[in-house]
Write a protein that binds this ligand. Structure first.
Ligand code: KIV
Ligand code: ZN
Length: 500
């Protein structure tokens, strides 16, 4: 008998908590729509009480998305639940996700409480949330380190109070796959009303076992998995959607468990999230990494040429990697670029496409081998919100035995300002010139330059963290010229000061 696993995506909540991964409202809606296209069942859209921005995002995602359930996170606190219910006002299908820590660590050393009081608070929170919404998910935070007997008592109580889904998080990524599977099995056998709720997994990846633990949970009775695109999330991340979905697909004969995911959209969604969140996918990442289907050793190449299945357990086209894709060059037309963008998960308006196409031609002039990462970056940049301060002109003079000098012209809300400065290098000179114009006390706390793929003609990606008035702002810039990329990253961060 085959069975259905619900996919609960928390890219926009647990994933978005990662420093430097924050998205603006427009970007969150874009990701939410891509998740809908991908076929996830539930989108956890945010933690509404945590900030007005999170609240607004849940509201806007609720309006933008039609069929997946929209979920809002809360603590077991009435005010949190009130705010979550309000944020879900426009959702067609809504769920409140409330909960509390259940391990001894959490009960005694975080909540200063005792096991009986925690059961009472859990029940109260579920009953309170039930006043607003029918679909209530309860999380037993740190369930991975909670004794099974006590966990079963908590779960039985919250199901009795009305929980429709019970989430068993391995919050610290501590559990071993056998133990996590045994925990789920224990609940199925020792919670008398367990048939009234769906058991969910939520495994973190601190020991690299998030996917293994999730699969073990599913084998033992869980029917919802909480996952993120590319496995992004707190610390070492969450369970990655693509790994769970493709494991179930690849082992379908043995497990007989289906999901509603359109696997052909996996690669595009992965690139979209990576680009918008400025979080590169490691090249050897399972399923979506650049090297996931690249065979380099002679023996493997020979084997693959004779029969792909000799060395491949998945067909790349099943996850949306189209190997026969047209190679984009400076001679490619708009239609080819549009097709490639759609494969990557971007749907741009005609005006935006024209804008991206212009930038694509500029890049293609400088770089002969245009990769998906390059295109996704261009599209990501084009969908960013309009910046108030823009770089209009930059000239640097640098070299051995020369004092690096930079001249910068900024366009600030339509007005032009020039400045020239020396520095200990071209980036330093350019940033100093920018600082003269904007006249603010900002310090660069972090400055990271990365090549997106490889080669000296590559696009450089710069990540900057600045400190202004004891607050941190992140900025990103991409260009084949890393000095321009650095100034763009600096301005991106500065522009965020303006809008906060
Ligand atoms: O890791 C965790 O325990 C969580 C809960 C809030 C569900 O993210
Ligand atoms: Zn988590």
């Amino acid at each position: 008998m085959n069975d259905r696993l619900y996919i609960f995506d928390t890219t926009l909540r647990d994933g978005e908590q990662v420093p430097g991964c924050q998205l603006n409202k427009v970007e969150k809606i874009e990701v939410a729509k891509a998740l809908q296209e991908l076929g996830v069942d539930v989108i956890e859209a945010g933690f509404p009480i945590s900030s007005p921005g999170d609240f607004e995002s849940v509201v806007e995602i609720s309006k933008a998305v039609t069929w997946p359930t929209i979920c809002a996170l809360t603590r077991a606190v009435q005010k949190d639940i009130d705010v979550a219910a309000e944020s879900l006002k426009y959702a067609k299908k809504k769920r409140i996700h409330t909960g509390i820590g259940t391990s001894n660590f959490h009960i005694y050393h975080k909540l200063n409480s005792n096991p009986e009081a925690i059961i009472e608070r859990s029940v109260e929170a579920v009953k309170y949330a039930k006043k607003y919404v029918e679909d209530i998910e309860f999380y037993a935070e740190d369930a991975g380190r909670t004794e099974n007997e006590y966990l079963a008592r908590v779960i039985e109580a919250v199901i009795k109070a009305g929980a429709t889904v019970v989430n068993i998080p391995d919050t610290t990524g501590y559990t071993l796959p056998n133990d996590f599977g045994a925990k789920i099995k224990y609940l199925t056998e020792n919670v008398s009303n367990i048939h009234k709720a769906i058991i969910s997994t939520h495994c973190h990846n601190d020991l690299g076992m998030a996917t293994a633990n999730t699969i073990s949970g599913i084998i033992n009775g869980a029917r919802q998995a909480e996952v993120t695109i590319n496995g992004i999330g707190e610390r070492a991340g969450n369970t990655s959607l693509e790994e769970v979905v493709m494991t179930l697909k690849t082992h379908y004969n043995a497990l007989q468990i289906e999901t509603g995911i359109n696997t052909k959209k996996i690669y595009g969604t992965s690139r979209l999230v990576s680009t918008l969140m400025n979080m590169p996918v490691q090249p050897n990442k399972a399923v979506v990494g650049r090297n996931a289907f690249a065979h380099s050793s002679g023996i493997h190449q020979d084997g693959v040429l004779k029969n792909r299945e000799n060395y491949e357990i998945m067909d790349p086209s099943d996850v949306g990697i189209d190997e026969s894709a047209i190679l984009l060059t400076a001679r490619s037309g708009r239609a080819a670029l549009k097709h490639r963008l759609e494969l990557l998960g971007f749907e741009l308006s005609k005006e935006k496409l024209d804008e991206v196409y212009e930038e694509f031609l500029n890049l293609a002039d400088k770089k002969k081998d245009i990769r998906d990462d390059d295109i996704a970056l261009l599209a990501g940049d084009a969908t960013r919100q309009e910046r108030r301060i823009k770089l209009d002109f930059l000239q640097v003079v640098t070299g051995k035995s020369l004092i690096p000098m930079a001249t910068v012209r900024l366009d600030i809300a339509g007005e032009k300002f020039d400045a020239t400065s020396a520095g200990n290098g071209p980036v330093d000179a350019a940033i100093k010139a920018v600082k003269q114009i904007i006249n603010r006390q900002v310090t660069i706390e972090e400055f990271l330059v990365q090549a997106i793929t490889r080669g000296s003609d590559d696009v450089g990606k710069v990540h900057m963290q600045i400190d202004y008035d004891n607050k941190y702002f992140h900025g990103f810039g991409t260009n084949t010229d890393i000095i321009i990329a650095s100034v763009e990253a600096f301005l991106d961060a500065i522009n965020k000061i303006q809008v906060k």
